[in-house]
Write a protein that binds this ligand. Structure first.
Ligand SMILES: Nc1ncnc2c1ncn2[C@@H]1O[C@H](COP(=O)(O)OP(=O)(O)OP(=O)(O)O)[C@@H](O)[C@H]1O
Ligand SMILES: C[C@@](O)(CCOP(=O)(O)OP(=O)(O)O)CC(=O)O
Length: 412
């Protein structure tokens, strides 16, 4: 086999996700088993996604990975656990035309090349680890002809990063915490697909942050050790909230969805403050965005915008429909105006058709001014991304999109 020179590759695209009922705290740090169920919305991969090409060849002498063009080490336990679990499940692959035959037992000893690219900033609080590990596991499963469904694959992605298990599905996704010690029942399931509630528009405000934040992994570990509020949350709050959120999603009940989403984000950040020493993920700009949305919803009477923040200052705003999203973007650009040295193309990314609808010339209509209230504090937003609920992982058939060279298996 060492003489052979063929390379077999698969390229896949996987979305990121934002939790509306947060995962915060593990009962098993190695297997990555959570202390509560969580629920997320998958974001449209056209706006935020990971692209990963995986390749196998008898000519590769070791496993190698390139992330955003730079070689990185695969020696960390999270990568190793994912690679081991997926290799165990590999099946025979045969391409008679090209004379390629890989037996089930070969996967153990054959080496892999992996190249991955995030179309958004890595490790900037935009859940790159979620899209990244989900894409790694999904593309390897396709390459190795693994015969498992998306939920079973989610249990492997979970071992790369907990939130990654939810990126194996599009639409609305629940991660069941499970209760088995081996974690086999700690899997993600789809609650509804991306077409189910496609009125929703998601606007991410990427907020400038000067300080280096504490990672989710360490932050949640400290909360488990020190926060009494987290214990109360897990026992008394989340179980009921998860049921209510499932109902809200099923019935497209935006009022209930918003109340639950905002309350859960706020409680998660309260848990962070209840941690010793306290953890502050949000900053003044995040707080300013919360008060803008709260004022807006109060002035309208029934909620039109939900907000949620992960372990960082970036705001994820979910608008009830496109009309609200257009007005919201107008309000946001009024409060966080474009700086002289930037242009709109680099200030609003993603589905920019919303910018066109917003017609940003001239005065902000009084109706929107009334909704956002007086906004005289300072704050900084680096840029906005307009998106919507999106689909789950897909294999890309177009070989020109592969990140590895089809003959050498090295980055293009
Ligand atoms: N495309 C990818 N493929 C595989 N692993 C990735 C990929 N992108 C990111 N990762 C892994 O995730 C790590 C970044 O995770 P981290 O939790 O620090 O940031 P994040 O997920 O972008 O932000 P946050 O968790 O705060 O939302 C990277 O160092 C890398 O190990
Ligand atoms: C606040 C969160 O985004 C926390 C995500 O934590 P990670 O999944 O990044 O943590 P690890 O499992 O240690 O990799 C909430 C959520 O996504 O549910």
């Amino acid at each position: 086999m060492a003489e052979e020179k063929w390379v077999v590759m698969v390229t896949a695209q996987t979305p990121t996700n934002i939790a509306v009922i947060k995962y915060w705290g593990k009962r098993d740090e190695v297997r990555i088993l959570p202390i509560n169920d969580s629920i997320s919305v998958t974001l449209d991969p056209n706006h935020l996604c990971t692209l990963t090409t995986v390749a196998v060849s008898p000519s590769f002498d070791r496993d190698r990975m390139w992330l955003n063009g730079k070689e990185i080490s695969l020696s960390g336990s999270r990568y190793q656990n994912c690679l081991r679990e997926i290799r165990i499940r590999g099946n025979a692959v045969e391409d008679k035309e090209k004379g390629i035959k890989i037996e089930k037992k070969d996967w153990e000893k054959m080496h892999l090349h992996i190249a991955s690219h995030n179309n958004f900033p890595t490790a900037a609080g935009l859940a790159s680890s979620a899209a990244g590990f989900a894409c790694l596991v999904f593309s390897l499963a396709k390459l190795m002809n693994v015969d498992e469904d998306a939920s079973q694959l989610s249990a492997i992605a979970r071992q790369g990063s907990g939130s990654a298990c939810r990126s194996l599905f599009g639409g609305f996704v629940k991660w069941n915490m499970g209760n088995k010690e081996d974690g086999s029942d700690s899997v993600a399931v789809q609650l509804a697909d991306d077409k189910h509630w496609d009125d929703l528009v998601i606007i991410v405000a990427v907020v400038s942050s000067r300080e280096k934040e504490m990672s989710s992994t360490s932050g949640m570990c400290e909360s488990v050790e020190t926060s009494l509020l987290l214990q109360h949350r897990v026992k008394e709050v989340v179980p009921l909230r998860v049921l209510q959120m499932e109902e809200a999603i099923k019935n497209q009940d935006f009022t209930s969805f918003t109340k639950l989403t905002c309350a859960d984000s706020n409680q998660f950040h309260a848990v962070c403050m209840d941690t010793s020493p306290p953890i502050f993920y949000m900053n003044d700009t995040s707080h300013r965005i919360i008060s803008l949305v709260e004022k807006w919803n109060r002035s309208v009477g029934t909620p039109e915008i939900a907000y949620t923040f992960d372990a960082g200052p970036n705001a994820v705003l979910i608008a009830k429909n496109r009309k609200v999203a257009v007005e919201l973007l107008q309000g946001l650009l009024y409060c966080f105006p474009l700086k002289a040295d930037t242009d709109m193309k680099s200030y609003v990314l993603g589905d920019i058709s919303i910018v066109k609808d917003a017609g940003l010339e001239g005065e902000l209509p009084q109706g929107i001014k009334d909704k956002i209230g007086s906004q005289d504090q300072k704050g900084e937003v680096s840029y906005f991304i307009c998106s919507r609920p999106g689909r789950g992982p897909v294999v890309l058939q177009d070989q020109t999109q592969a990140l590895l060279h089809p003959q050498t298996g090295l980055p293009k």
